[in-house]
Structure formats: structure tokens, C-alpha cells
Design a binder for this molecule. Sequence first.
Ligand SMILES: [Zn+2]
Length: 69
Amino acid sequence: MAARCPTCKREALPPAKNPAFPFCSPRCREVDLGKWLGEEFRIVDRTPEADEDGQQATPANPEDEDGRP
Ligand SMILES: [Zn+2]
């Protein structure tokens, strides 16, 4: 029933709670993108962590505390 993250094979939260769906986290999505673009593009000019610093206007979900410190 639950989707599996293509990167780490762990359970991925549903899209309503997980902007990175079908991946379990933005990091796994970046890893998968890196695979397609080539290993040399793993280092991008912004870190995935920047998303959680409020730099991007991602939809805030009060229930989405999973994976946050
Ligand atoms: Zn994952």
C-alpha cells in the first residue's frame, strides 16, 4: 500500500505530507536526480538542507515533523 522510496527502498509518506514523493525525502530525490544526470552533478549549487531553512516557499505542514530535528 505504502509507496517505497526508489532510492533507499524505505517507506515514503503520501504526497500530502511529502513534497518529495515518491521519494522518502528531498535528499533521496536529489540522489535519484544525480543518478540520471551523472555522478559529477551530485554537487549542486544549493544544498537540500536549504529547503528546510525557509529559503523556499514549500507548503508548511504542521504534521510533517518526520525527519526534522
Ligand atoms: Zn529514501
